[in-house]
Design a protein around this ligand. Structure first.
Ligand SMILES: [Zn+2]
Ligand SMILES: [Zn+2]
Length: 287
């Protein structure tokens, strides 16, 4: 088994649970995943525990994961890899990073953020998920950077890896990776059904939808819930199943029936009159 050690950054909060998990992976030279915020005491402790570091990896550029990466790399003299971080080597999807005799593969998992990557170790089938999957609770989506359509695709892509266990950016290790990923998919489906059924009763603002769907939750979570409901509405909007009637994001939003292409009869995205292939065909025949 690949040795994996967790050091918890001292940044507990609503988004971060007990704090950010910094993972030290493998024998020396080690990988260090998500050094967290730039907290010198934490970075010094990680440096002591990690020994010789082969590579520093960053899952995404949120302030609870990435600001410590460049200072930490300076401290230990190792390269930093991220999809979007000034001063880091740029990761591309599928990129394999090596430290000692261990390879970690960068799996692009947009949705929480567009630059989000998970790191997969295929030998032991362990997956480091950053904020795409947490050890407890759900991942937070804040549009427009947060995108539910891309997020669901990423959850399915992670299922395809058939990982054994998940080492998340926050919260405890998840021992049944696929069960957790299916639970996450089911949770979003359930939320979507709640939004659809609320809209079926008439136009609703986001605040009204949150009041109904999150009735059993403390009011403190309602502002976060509103962002998540917006993510669902934007997805439904793209599918032609919901429409914003108000000027602002807040709505009101109404249910709508998906339109069909006026040329071929297939379903089109949003308010388009023609499907993508018919639009293209018509454009080409005009030229
Ligand atoms: Zn994040
Ligand atoms: Zn986070």
């Amino acid at each position: 088994m690949v040795p994996i050690k967790r050091l918890l950054a001292p940044n507990p909060g609503v988004y971060t649970l007990e704090g950010t998990n910094t993972w030290i992976v493998g024998d020396e030279p080690t990988f260090v995943i998500d050094p967290g915020p730039d907290i010198p005491e934490h970075l010094a402790e990680v440096a002591r525990e990690a020994g010789t570091v082969g590579a520093v990896l960053v899952t995404h550029d949120h302030p609870d994961h990435s600001p410590g990466a460049i200072p930490f790399a300076g401290l230990v003299g190792a390269p930093v890899y991220a999809m979007r971080l000034a001063g880091a080597d740029r990761l591309s999807p599928g990129h394999r990073v090596r430290a000692g005799d261990l390879d970690l593969t960068a799996v692009h998992t947009p949705g929480h953020t567009s630059d989000h990557v998970a790191f997969f170790e295929p030998g032991d089938r362990v997956l480091f998920t950053g904020d795409a999957v947490l050890g407890r609770g759900t991942s937070f989506l804040d549009p427009p950077e947060g995108d539910l359509v891309r997020y669901l695709r990423s959850l399915r892509a992670m299922l395809d890896l058939d990982a054994r266990s998940i080492y998340p950016g926050h919260g405890p290790v998840v021992l049944r990776a696929n069960d957790k990923l299916r639970e996450y998919l089911a949770h979003r489906e359930e939320r979507e059904a709640q939004v659809v059924s609320a809209l079926a009763e008439g136009p609703r603002t986001i605040t009204e939808l949150v009041e109904v769907i999150y009735a059993g939750y403390p009011r403190e979570v309602h502002p976060l819930a509103a962002r998540s409901v917006l993510a669902h509405l934007l997805k439904l909007g793209g599918e032609g199943l919901a429409e914003r009637t108000g000027k602002a994001e807040e709505g009101p939003w109404t249910a709508s029936t998906p339109r069909t292409c006026q040329r071929c009869g297939r379903q089109v995205r949003g308010k388009a009159r023609y499907c993508d292939s018919c639009s293209l065909a018509m454009l080409q025949s005009e030229g």
